[in-house]
Write a protein that binds this ligand. Sequence first.
Ligand code: NAG
Ligand code: NAG
Length: 131
Amino acid sequence: MFSTKLLIILCAVATAASAAAVRAADEVFRPAITAPHSGDKWTVGSVQAVTWDISSIPPANENQTGLVLLGYIEDGQLDEHLDIEHPLASNFPITAGAVNVTVPEVPNRDDYIVVLFGDSGNTSPKFMISQ
Ligand SMILES: *[C@@H]1O[C@H](CO)[C@@H](O)[C@H](O)[C@H]1NC(C)=O
Ligand SMILES: *[C@@H]1O[C@H](CO)[C@@H](O)[C@H](O)[C@H]1NC(C)=O
């Protein structure tokens, strides 16, 4: 026979385990970037919208702020070359689903990406920036 104390301990363990599972799900929350699209062309100095899917934001993440970084990925490489010193946008509510950014003075490339950090980073497809 289980003692009452043992049952309580078992329940507590089960509750802790499911709470941990919920937290783990929150930790991998990655709002999918819906713009820029692959092959988009941004002009230096222009204002562009970065948008993302807010349909699956867990309640625990609803008050979170976001950060958008610019980077680039060379063919066959993994390094995102993220410019952490010059965020394109920061401290906006993740629930907004969009933030406008001014395209910085950067060299022409066709392999730029933006990464949106909410709880974890999510990377856009590659796009182009030119003068
Ligand atoms: C988010 O902020 C609102 C308003 O301040 C607050 O009522 C709510 O509890 C917060 N939610 C979370 C998950 O922190
Ligand atoms: C971005 O700029 C456009 C045009 O000025 C404006 O309509 C839109 O509301 C802005 N979006 C955000 C998230 O500020």
